[in-house]
Design a protein around this ligand. Sequence first.
Ligand code: SF4
Length: 429
Amino acid sequence: MAKINIITLGCSKNLVDSENIATQINKQNIEFTFDEFNFDADTVIINTCGFINDAKEESVNTILEFAEAKIKGKIKNLYVMGCLSERYKDELKKDIEEVDQFFGVNDLQEIVEQLKIDYKKELLGERVISTPKHYAYLKISEGCDRTCAFCAIPMIRGKHVSVPLELLLNQAKNLAQKGVKELILIAQDLTYYGLDIYKKQKLAELIEKLSEVKGIEIIRLHYAYPANFPDDILKIIKKKKNVAKYLDIPFQHISNKVLAKMKRRHDKELTLKLIKKIRIEVPDIAIRTTLLVGHPGETKKDFEELKEFVKEMRFDRLGVFTYSEEENTFGGNNYKDIISKETKQARADEIMEIQQQISLEINKSKIGKEFKIIIDKETKKHFVGRTEFDSPDVDNEVLINKNIKLQIGEIYCVKITSAEEFDLYGEII
Ligand code: SF4
């Protein structure tokens, strides 16, 4: 029996694409794995990321490692798909001859056919998941209609295309029947959902309908663009018990000058008003944001303004990227990337130091309180879970002593006993 290994690099949107391929393979009873360390499969598919320099480098290095394995005869076929492949297909073809075929981001059918598998369109509502079986990502749309100066995504993934609501509901029902309790909604921009196919924003309606799917106990929202934010989702987050009080909104910056250079459609005033509104409507919500430092035009003064913003807003979760000049983006074509790599990194580190302290203070305030925790995994010493305020892989974990046997995927009531910057410790009550 042929063995196929699918390796996913980059974001959760790529992960869903890999899972869709696995679903087609699975229907043919062909053995497959999702294992970046498995060099023994007959066929390896690498799903690459092409977003920024670091991600591109990681993707190229992974392809080279498996090209080497092919030269040594450990694997027979090597295929590369995803964002890097979409963006640099011609260059990669020339440089890495060991790869049998490169595919773009929308070539699911072609990849499946290359594997000599009958492509079944009707499987689009189903999904084999690579995450622990109690949570899954639900990609509600593809592409992006925004024009942020630094971002290569619209060039790679194309314009925004929403997945029809009925199809998403079917997917959610299928996933719930297989034991998924937590649905993590992802898209380049969740707030745009519906505008293309229904001519109006339909995120609130989608969340409400998903919240009624039997078996779904947590719905989590990632990546909401701040401008034209659909206020109606706040009422649903507040009202529905199974919608996590959690929102991921990448603000990128706060200086009006930098935001304008980034070609974002929000300014400082809108940003502050939005954060205030969210916190008034849903008082105990956890807000996660992402910032971008070292963008062309960011002066020391702009950076100081950003630091003040981080200190004042006290986000529950925060991540920082450093600017990476990307060819053919508006920024790449029109701006000079003059801030040094060292300065960009120093700025990112400074922001993370501030956030570390904020996170520690927020976490310490949870000591003695009780939370519902979903258990993701167990290590030698602990069961590892998350509160509704934490997303897998990117946020805090709650570590629980193994004196009582817990079930992975079950939800327990846990009292927090101690806290670190990015982790909590608790005991079952
Ligand atoms: S909204 Fe996000 S994905 Fe879309 S262009 Fe801006 S940064 Fe890129």
